[in-house]
Design a protein around this ligand. Structure first.
Ligand code: PBG
Length: 339
């Protein structure tokens, strides 16, 4: 139809037409306030024992556990796509899990072999490794458990320092404590300095909430079946935001190079608050349950995956993130390369 407005007289005042800057791709590109690039992405990968293994994760369709020999190809893929960093999560075999999680200190454990495989294949690729005992404990908790069921703080921190050093010796570039024990960042920083690992970064899971959205991850690393109770005595209450500010302030004071908010999508307000108050880089983790949520909607035919993924990741940038840990890293990087 012809546009009746084109015949109307010019308005007396400059018309506030917000749609002008949206009218064509060139002007939308020019006016974009935030941009997403493959360089914003950290790709979490699950590793498992064996050779030639690509093991599907039931609750995370499209994500596999890879054996160590498959990591070189993943490293090359990441570099080819412009993804700067991979995060590793081990699915420790049952007979290596114990009350005290001692396997975390084994220099030849699965994650240490995985770190070396990535570094051998692509020395320039960043390797981030979680610090927490849940892949190694027979009770599935991130810390040591007292006979009465309490998760011990200071005794756990000592083991976490050992775990961090073990992973740094294997070649990890970034140590990411996800355990939420008090005082662990300072202790890990001191441990790393003491062994000369001055350039190993700490990305603190600073505001990590006790969340339903970690369910598929626990399936992926095999800790879910073991977990006794919940993690509410150390992970944060989803009702709280001021407490997140205190957590972040502490981790910065203790020597964190960057901080993380986790989960991601339900906590964009926390990301924004942290960004506004502190001048450290902020990362978000778009966790396993967020991945599963989108995949379920795609499988049900109600969402367009590519668009939904890019929109959620752009949302993290808009909220103030420097980068995002996401299982969609390879897909998003491909979509962004295509333009
Ligand atoms: C381990 C850890 C968890 C995640 C990252 N590190 C699970 C948990 O705390 O129970 C969750 C990541 C995800 O859900 O994708 N401490």
């Amino acid at each position: 139809m012809t546009d009746p407005a084109s015949r109307s007289p010019a308005p007396q005042f400059p018309a506030l037409r917000m749609r002008r800057t949206r009218a064509a791709p060139w002007t939308r590109a020019l006016h974009a306030e935030n941009t997403l690039s493959p360089a914003d992405l950290i790709w979490p990968i699950f590793v498992t024992e064996g050779t030639g293994v690509t093991d599907a994760i039931r609750t995370m369709p499209g994500v596999d556990r890879l054996s160590v020999d498959k990591l070189a190809a993943a490293a090359r893929q990441a570099v080819g796509l412009g993804i700067p960093c991979i995060a590793l999560f081990p699915n420790t075999q049952a007979d290596r899990r114990s009350e005290d999680g001692a396997e975390a200190l084994n220099p030849d454990n699965l994650v240490c072999r995985a770190i070396k495989a990535l570094k051998d294949a692509e020395p320039g690729l960043g390797v981030l490794v979680d610090v927490a005992l849940d892949p190694y404990t027979s009770h599935g908790h991130d810390g040591l458990m007292h006979d009465d069921g309490r998760i011990l703080n200071d005794a756990t921190v000592e083991v976490l320092v050992g775990q961090s050093l073990n992973q740094a010796r294997a070649g990890a570039d970034v140590i990411a404590p996800s355990d939420m024990m008090d005082g662990r960042v300072a202790a890990i920083r001191a441990g790393l300095e003491g062994e000369g690992f001055h350039d190993v970064q700490i990305m603190a899971y600073a505001a990590k909430y006790a969340s339903a959205f970690y369910g598929p991850f626990r399936d992926a690393v095999g800790s879910g079946g073991y977990l006794k109770g919940d993690k509410k005595t150390y992970q944060m209450d989803p009702a709280n935001s001021r407490e997140a500010i205190r957590e972040v302030a502490l981790d910065i004071a203790e020597g964190a190079d960057s901080v993380m908010v986790k989960p991601g999508m339900p906590y964009l307000d926390i990301i924004r608050m942290v960004r506004d108050r502190f001048d450290v880089p902020v990362f978000a983790y778009q966790v396993s349950g967020e991945y599963a949520l989108i995949e379920a909607a795609v499988a049900a035919g109600v969402l367009d995956r590519d668009r939904a993924v890019l929109e959620t990741l752009t949302g993290f940038k808009r909220a103030g993130c420097s980068g995002v840990l996401t299982y969609y890293a390879p897909l998003a990087a491909k979509l962004l390369q295509r333009g």
